[in-house]
Design a protein around this ligand. Structure first.
Ligand code: ZN
Length: 158
């Protein structure tokens, strides 16, 4: 986690810090924790750039290839959980069809969640080049607003 000194600096500059798990749950940008990673609340399609800090979200071609491995690990954990839950709730049943009829629909139901959060886990935990920079929040959106107002002025001038 962050060093206490960094914390002090930030409170001095009055920069609002967002806790990592909150930002992850909400699918926020890993750099500013303010802009959205995804195009909507239930989709795993990512935005091109962060609306708040301007980070290119798919940082290079095939960037989210890594999230496939995360998704695979999540699936394994879910299979184990469903397997144990079925075993406990059925009184240690020996029927393989019972297990399959719980695990397969369970995984299909979890697929959208896995797609979305495997990407979140990748950008937060598996990308050493991405660090939390709360001071960058709103820099891009502000710049864009300024550009737009300049453009409007230029257009409205005779
Ligand atoms: Zn951002």
């Amino acid at each position: 986690m962050d060093t206490p000194q960094y914390h002090l600096q930030d409170t001095k500059n009055n920069i609002k810090r967002v806790p990592m798990l909150v930002a992850m749950a909400k699918g926020k940008c890993a750099r500013c924790r303010k802009g959205n990673l995804f195009k909507g609340p239930f989709t795993s399609n990512t935005n091109e750039v962060c609306s708040s800090c301007g980070l290119t979200i798919e940082r290079n071609p095939g960037y989210f290839y890594t999230s496939m491995f995360v998704s695979y690990a999540m699936n394994v954990a879910e299979i184990a959980t469903l397997w144990i839950a079925t075993s406990v709730l059925s009184g240690d049943s020996n029927d393989p069809w019972l297990y399959l009829s719980v695990i397969i629909p369970g995984l299909l139901l979890m697929a959208p969640f896995n797609n979305r959060y495997s990407k979140v886990i990748q950008v937060y935990w598996l990308d050493p080049g991405l660090k939390y920079r709360p001071e960058l929040a709103d820099t891009f959106s502000k710049e864009r607003k300024e550009d737009e107002s300049e453009l409007k002025e230029a257009v409205s001038e005779p």
